[in-house]
Design a protein around this ligand. Structure first.
Ligand SMILES: [Zn+2]
Length: 108
């Protein structure tokens, strides 16, 4: 899957890259990480595990984007709630997929 090279979170450009699972695991101690992806806030970097099914890679990217949004907005406590972050990721992706006209209107 072709991921975007970066994503703007407020005025911070987060770099997006696919890395090996081994690379994610090796550096897991110094970040709030997930098995399939992680977000390194100081580096403004989102890493997604390579080789995943397309839908898994997409939802993982949305999950990490929500982490970055919560971090940049100062919601530190909420950012530790993995179940909430994951629920929001799935809900947001489905909202956008199922309501493209609404999204165009609301976001314009
Ligand atoms: Zn997470």
């Amino acid at each position: 899957m072709q991921l975007p090279k970066s994503v703007l979170i407020d005025d911070i450009e987060y770099k997006v890259e696919e890395v090996s699972n081994k690379e994610l695991q090796l550096t897991a101690e110094d970040l709030k990480g997930d098995y399939w992806g992680d977000t390194r806030y100081k580096k403004a970097s989102i890493r997604i595990c390579e080789g995943m099914a397309e839908d898994e890679a997409k939802i993982t990217l949305v999950h990490e984007i929500i982490h970055a949004i919560l971090q940049e907005r100062g919601f530190d406590r909420q950012n530790n709630d993995e179940a909430m972050v994951d629920g929001l990721a799935h809900a947001l992706r489905m909202l956008v997929k199922q309501n493209p006209e609404l999204i165009r209107e609301v976001m314009s």
